[in-house]
Design a protein around this ligand. Structure first.
Ligand code: NOJ
Ligand code: CA
Length: 543
C-alpha cells in the first residue's frame, strides 16, 4: 500500500482547520425524515422545521441522501437531473432555505452524489437509447453486444447488486450495464465527457454553499478493462474484490474532485461510500489528495462482539493514521438493518439483508440495550461518527412489512428471497398521539409505521432523562466537552475498556458485572456504579 506520510506540523494544521475530522454527522433520509404537506413523504420544509431538534441533539452536520429529480426506482439513487430538487421534496428555493437555516445554527450540510449510474430517465440515457450503436450518446454509458450466436446472452456473467443479471437488452439488440437496478444504467467513466459533467455537478452544489458530498458506491466507477467475467457466478458480496470493484482508476477521479473542492473557501468534505475491506485498502480512498473520509463499514459489520470490535478499531485507526485521515464510525444507515434490531438477534454479529415476518425476530429489549451500549462506545472513539435518523430514538427495524408494501428493488429482483432495506426506512415518529405519529399533518406515510414506534416518538423522549434521545444528547455534549473526537485511544490492559483523554470507556460483554471505579459521566443503562452489568457501556471520569 502506498502512503503519503504527513509531518506533524501538517497534521496539526489540518486538525485545527478541518471541521469534519471530529464531526458527528446525522443522516437525513429525505423520504422519511419529516413531511410538511401531508403527502406521506418527507420534504424540505419538513426538514427545515426540525433543525431546532437537530441543534438540540448536538450534531455538527447533516448528510442528506438523494433529493434530486428521480423516478424513485431506488428511492432517489436513480437520478434523472443532478442539479434540481425532486418536486416531491420541494424546489431549489426550499433547499436553499434549509441550507441557510442549518448554517445559521452552525450545522453543516453534506449532499449525496451518485456518480456510478444515472436514472434511465436521465436526458443522457434517453438520448443514448434514441441514438445509434457506436454513437457519442451511447458512449456515456456501458453498451456492449451480447454473446451467443444472436447476441442473445449478456456480454458477461456479472450480477446486479440487487439480484438478477447486471445487463439489460434494448430494442436494437445491444445490452447496457447496470450494477444495480435496470433503471440505473452505469456511466462509462473512461469517457472524459462523464468526468467533465460531474465536475459541473460538484460546482453547482458548491456554488449553492454545500459543505461536502457523500459519494455513492465510490469503489465502482471504473471497471476492469474488457469487462471480464467474474470467477464466481454468484453475486459478488459487497466489499469483495471483482472486476467491478475497487479498481485503481477510481483514485484518479477522487484526485480530480479534491482539486475541484480546493477551488472553494472553507473545508468541503468528500466522504466515500466504498464497501472495501480490509481497512488498509479502504484507507487508499482517503490519501491526502483524494477524499477526506470513508464510511467505516468493517466496523459496522463487526456487530456486538468484543474481539471483533477491538480488532477492527485498531486496524481502522492504524490504517487511517498512515494516510493522515480521521477514522469514521457508523452503526446504521438506510441500507442495513437498524443496529437496535441486529443486536437483538441470537447472533449479534448477524448481517441479514432486511428482516421479513417469517425470519428470526429480534429481541427488542435486548437489541436496544446493546444498541445503547454500542452507541455509547462509538461516540467515545476518536474521529468522526455517523448517526442514522431515528437511531437516537432507539428505533428498531420494521420486521413485519407485508410483501405488497415493500419498495426496495432488492425484494422484487430476488423474488422475495431477500427482504431488503424498507424496514430501516420507515417514516420517523415525532408525536405519539398524532396521525402517522406526527410524521406529517396527515395519516399518510409511504411505508407503514409499526405500533412500537408510538412510545418511541420524539415527543415522548426529549424531556425524559432516561430516554435513548437523552443518552445521545448527553453523550454528544460530553464528547464535545472532553474533545473525544479529536482525542486518541489507549486500551486497558484487560477487559473491554479504553481511555480517551479524561474519559475512560468501559463496555461489559461478559455475563458477570464488572467494577467501575470513579465518577460515571454517563452510562448506557443508567447505572451510576460501582458495577456495570452485561451489555452496557459507561464513561468514567479519569481522576
Ligand atoms: C448505495 C446506496 O446507499 C444505496 O441505497 C443504493 O441503492 C446504491 N448505492 C445504489 O445507488
Ligand atoms: Ca411531503
Amino acid at each position: 500500500m502506498s502512503t503519503l506520510p504527513l509531518d506533524d506540523t501538517a497534521t496539526e494544521l489540518q486538525t485545527a482547520r478541518e471541521w469534519w475530522r471530529d464531526a458527528v454527522i446525522y443522516q437525513i433520509y429525505p423520504r422519511s425524515f419529516a413531511d410538511s404537506n401531508g403527502d406521506g413523504i418527507g420534504d424540505f420544509p419538513g426538514y427545515t422545521s426540525k433543525i431546532p431538534y437537530l441543534r438540540q441533539l448536538g450534531v455538527d452536520a447533516v448528510w442528506l441522501s438523494p433529493f434530486y429529480v428521480s423516478p424513485q426506482a431506488d428511492a432517489g439513487y436513480d437520478v434523472a437531473d443532478y442539479c434540481d430538487v425532486n418536486p416531491l421534496f420541494g424546489g431549489l428555493d426550499d433547499f436553499d432555505e434549509f441550507l441557510r437555516t442549518a448554517h445559521e445554527v452552525g450545522i453543516r450540510v453534506v449532499v449525496d452524489l451518485v456518480p456510478n449510474h444515472s436514472s434511465d430517465e436521465h436526458a443522457w440515457f434517453r438520448a443514448a437509447l434514441a441514438a445509434e450503436r457506436g454513437s457519442q450518446e451511447r458512449a456515456r454509458y456501458v453498451f456492449r453486444e451480447g454473446r451467443g450466436a444472436q447476441g442473445e446472452l449478456p456480454p458477461n456473467n456479472w450480477q446486479s447488486n440487487f439480484g438478477g443479471p447486471a445487463w439489460t437488452r434494448i430494442a436494437d439488440g445491444s445490452w447496457y450495464l447496470h450494477l444495480f437496478d435496470t433503471k440505473q444504467p452505469d456511466f462509462d467513466w473512461t469517457n472524459p465527457e462523464v468526468a467533465d459533467f460531474f465536475d459541473d455537478v460538484l460546482r453547482f452544489w458548491l456554488d449553492r454553499g454545500v459543505d461536502g458530498f457523500r459519494v455513492d458506491v465510490a469503489h465502482a466507477l471504473i471497471k476492469a478493462e474488457n469487462l471480464p467475467d467474474i470467477d464466481d457466478r454468484k453475486k459478488v458480496p459487497a466489499g469483495d474484490t471483482g472486476p467491478m470493484w475497487d479498481q485503481e482508476g477510481v483514485h484518479d477521479v477522487y484526485r480530480r474532485w479534491h482539486a475541484v473542492l480546493d477551488e472553494y473557501d472553507g473545508d468541503r468534505l468528500l466522504v466515500a461510500e466504498a464497501w472495501v475491506s480490509p481497512p488498509e485498502r479502504l484507507a487508499r480512498y482517503v490519501r491526502p489528495d483524494e477524499m477526506h473520509q470513508a464510511f467505516n463499514f468493517p466496523y459496522m459489520v463487526a456487530g456486538w462482539d468484543a474481539a471483533r470490535l477491538r480488532a477492527v478499531i485498531d486496524q481502522s485507526i492504524e490504517a487511517n493514521e498512515s494516510v493522515g485521515a480521521p477514522t469514521t464510525w457508523v452503526l446504521s444507515n438506510h441500507d442495513v438493518v437498524r443496529h437496535a434490531s441486529r443486536f437483538g438477534l441470537a447472533d449479534p454479529t448477524s448481517w441479514p439483508n432486511g428482516i421479513a415476518p417469517d425470519d428470526e425476530q429480534p429481541d427488542a429489549a435486548l437489541g436496544l440495550r446493546r444498541a445503547r451500549a454500542a452507541t455509547l462506545m462509538m461516540l467515545a472513539l476518536p474521529g468522526s461518527a455517523y448517526v442514522y435518523q431515528g437511531e437516537e430514538l432507539g428505533l428498531p427495524e420494521a420486521t413485519q412489512l407485508p410483501a405488497d408494501v415493500r419498495q426496495d428493488p432488492t425484494f422484487a429482483r430476488t423474488g422475495g428471497a431477500e427482504a431488503g432495506r424498507d424496514g430501516c426506512r420507515i417514516p420517523l415518529p415525532w408525536v405519539k398521539d398524532a396521525p402517522a405519529f406526527g410524521f406529517g399533518p396527515s395519516a399518510d406515510v409511504w411505508l407503514p409505521q409499526p405500533d412500537s414506534y408510538g412510545p418511541l416518538a420524539a415527543d415522548q423522549q426529549v424531556d425524559d432523562p432516561s430516554s435513548t434521545y437523552s443518552l445521545y444528547r448527553t453523550a454528544l455534549e460530553l464528547r464535545a466537552r472532553y474533545g473525544l473526537g479529536s482525542g486518541s485511544l489507549a486500551w486497558d490492559a484487560d477487559g473491554f475498556g479504553f481511555t480517551n483523554g479524561s474519559v475512560r470507556v468501559v463496555s461489559n460483554f461478559g455475563t458477570s458485572p464488572v467494577g467501575v471505579d470513579g465518577e460515571i459521566l454517563v452510562s448506557s443503562d443508567g447505572t451510576a456504579g460501582p458495577t456495570l452489568a452485561q451489555d452496557a457501556t459507561a464513561w468514567v471520569l479519569v481522576p
